[in-house]
Write a protein that binds this ligand. Sequence first.
Ligand code: AMP
Ligand code: GLY
Length: 430
Amino acid sequence: MAVERILVIGGGGRENALAWALARSSAPPQVWIAPGNGGSTAIPGCQRLDIAASDQQGLIDTCQQKAIDLVVIGPEAPLAAGLADVLRQAGTPVFGPGADGAQLEASKEWAKELMQQAGVPTAGFWVANSAEAAAAIAQAQAQPLVVKADGLAAGKGVTVAQSHEETLAAIRACFSGRFGEAGSRVVLEERLEGPEVSVFALCDGRELLLLPPAQDHKRIGEGDTGPNTGGMGAYAPAPLLDQAGLEEVRSLILEPVVNALRQRGIDYRGVIYAGLMLTSSGPQVIEFNCRFGDPECQTLMPLLEGDLAGVLLACAEGRLRQAPALTISSSCSACVVAAAKGYPDSPTLGDPILDEGPGLDSEESCSQLFHAGVHDTEGGLTTGGGRVLAAVAQGKDFDSAFAAAYGRLAQVNFAGMQFRRDIGHQVRRP
Ligand code: AMP
Ligand code: GLY
């Protein structure tokens, strides 16, 4: 059955990229996005609905009124809150795990225990419920430990300490209430070394379909300096993991995790995002997320050719083996994020966005401009969030892909626009 009516939930650049890719499926479906952002209506075949991702009843009603065939949930918060469960109970197939599976991201302690039981390689760890207990563990170790708030902290709950003093300061900060409930318990970890890479697997509860590995750029500043962000750019496929490496990740990490989830009675239908560190003793899991990365998703979506809607529906229905083919382009894909002035601490909002480019999508230059923190006002688009836009482009190699992505970004401007000029330095010729 062709998927005719899809609802994407979320309001970032990731969800716009998902909506764009779904609308390009072989038999193009109608796509709604809730709540979307100021750039969502620029996506051909896509309409925006003013319903928050937290409004479960509103979304159940919408699925029924619009006879939605498939819901795709973008962000972690509605997944952790059980949105996929209530929509499934109401009869709509959902791509996205239930609250049980979302614990893979929503509780670092839960995820570490699952990995330990499944024999998945990951850093040694300890859990503490008070600053005193955490400090005692940290002080008993020869090396400074990594400190992680247990719950969802919007990617900001991790400190990779360089000294014992820094570990102790991070423990104090965690228990001071800086991350709310998420910081009432900490996970302490051994510090690993090596390059990082992200692997995204589409899962139907049993089977896995792996997408090309992607490399994120988490720090705000060039040369990977300054505070952590949601991600300032990405590229794929990351040459750090070749096909054999990817198969190793499948057998060593992803399959054991899916089996461990099943043993807990969890039928995980959605994306498993494995954040890996390639250490001298092999790949180790830094974290799992229960959703696509942002901006890795914007980078990956243009590489997918075929019936993405059909594949995500097959995942949602637990029958990935019968899914239509999803071909992965052999191109290189580059993504550069433009953020508002003051991001990540206190972004300035409300500045007009000027764009002299070809709109969202240029077939000619193989580029896309995905809007994220963007408001739609009477006077046009304005900045409405920390990460404002992602310019993405594909090429036969990374030099041409990045030249096109930066070329697309040069056509855009807003007051105080900041972006890193060194995204992809690992794969570009100087
Ligand atoms: P997370 O939010 O868990 O992805 O952590 C954010 C970043 O902290 C990661 O991308 C890594 O760069 C770093 N990190 C997390 N855990 C470790 C670890 N055990 N050893 C070294 N670096 C880590
Ligand atoms: N770009 C990293 C993330 O989405 O978590």
